[in-house]
Design a protein around this ligand. Structure first.
Ligand code: NAD
Ligand code: LMR
Length: 340
């Protein structure tokens, strides 16, 4: 009996070693803007993720407190806080994934583009440092306007000679999270089973949920239902901004969405097959240089950009309508990166 027990325990040991060696390598995740409304709950959610071994929390202020607090959670990762630009290099060095929720949020009455003047400069500074200290990291851009900040990041990386289009992602997961929640409520299906692709960009009409592809099928939805669901998904951010009445925009649901996307990136890096999420990436799916669609994630970042699938007439119309606005936002980002 004793030798059987020894054998069982040794094979368990081997199994757990094999698991940690193959499925759970060391992974460093850096969060830039970690003391903010999104950054703090995102730091907590990344601390809860067993795929993370090192969690680096950077902000211009407040990170020592956030890092000390989060570090007491009894999970795998070692947490370090970094504050101020002279610590940015150390915060980034060795990162596999860099998540960027740094920058100002909207107040009622503002568009995401109204954030451009402040956030473009912040993103440029942070991406310049990423190019220097962790040029191979996957970059998850949350800072708005995403339709412009992703092209800015691409240009900064190109200038530094480090650009790899497979490694730059605009985080549009919150649009998917919202579309799933709103669809489940209307179609009366279990929300945990829902899949809805959201394509285009991340602002107003550039957010195009494809409810014609929503799964599972539930109560029959009328054309008006689909129009209302589409509008609510497109205006989801504004719904939160108005409800917060001057105290910022979505933070908790965004931290949740950001942690789902970072987790997908880590799974892809670790070789988990069939990891698919929507993201705003360099793309040839349309004639625009960047576009959000379903993306398969792998060991090098983007493994495959999936097409749009078949669209309803309403969605085809939405796609044509969004293109001029998305094109202008992309061009604005590129121009900024070159002009400064
Ligand atoms: P916030 O003001 O609460 O936090 C932003 C943090 O960024 C602050 O802690 C600030 O100190 C920090 N910061 C400012 N300049 C910095 C710099 N140079 N380096 C590092 N950190 C810096 O704002 P928030 O609510 O967390 O939102 C952050 C951004 O995320 C906004 O631009 C917002 O519009 C955007 N956002 C995007 C999505 C999305 O779906 N992609 C969703 C919600 C919010
Ligand atoms: C969101 O969609 O919630 C974010 O982009 C924040 C905003 O300004 O709406």
């Amino acid at each position: 009996v004793q030798s059987a027990l020894r054998r069982a325990s040794s094979s368990r040991h081997l199994l757990s070693r094999a698991y940690s060696a193959n499925a759970c390598p060391e992974r460093k995740v850096a969060v830039l803007g970690a003391a903010g409304g999104i950054g703090q709950p995102l730091a907590l959610l990344m601390k809860l993720n067993p795929l993370v071994s090192h969690l680096s929390l950077y902000d211009i202020a407040g990170t020592p407190g956030v890092a000390a607090d989060v570090s007491h959670v009894n999970t795998r990762s070692e947490v370090k806080g970094y504050m101020g630009e002279d610590q940015l290099g150390a915060a980034l060095e060795g990162s596999d994934v860099v998540v960027i929720p740094a920058g100002v949020p909207r107040k009622p009455g503002m568009t995401r583009d109204d954030l451009f003047n402040i956030n473009a400069g912040i993103v440029k500074t942070l991406c310049t440092a990423i190019a220097k200290y962790c040029p191979n990291a996957l970059v998850n851009m949350i800072s708005n306007p995403v339709n412009s900040t992703v092209p800015i990041a691409a240009e900064v990386f190109k200038k530094a000679g480090t650009y790899d289009e497979k490694k730059l992602f605009g985080v549009t997961t919150l649009d998917v999270v919202r579309a799933k929640t709103f669809y489940a409520g209307k179609a009366k299906v279990p929300v945990s089973e829902v899949d809805v692709p959201v394509v285009g960009g991340h602002a107003g009409i550039t957010i195009l949920p494809l409810f014609s592809q929503a799964k599972p099928l539930g109560s029959n939805l009328s054309e008006d239902d689909i129009k209302a669901l589409t509008k609510r998904t497109q205006d989801g951010g504004t719904e939160v901004v108005e409800a917060k009445a001057g105290k910022g925009s979505a933070t908790l649901s965004m931290a949740y969405a950001g942690s789902i996307f970072a987790d997908a990136c880590l799974k892809g890096l670790n070789g988990v097959p069939d990891v698919v999420e929507c993201s705003f990436v360099q793309s040839t799916v349309t004639d625009l240089p960047f576009f959000a669609s379903k993306v398969r994630l792998g060991k090098n970042g983007v493994e495959e950009i999936l097409g749009l699938g078949s669209l309803s007439d309403f969605e085809k119309e939405g796609l044509e309508k969004l293109k001029p606005e998305l094109k202008a936002s992309i061009e604005k980002g590129i121009k900024f990166a070159h002009g400064n």
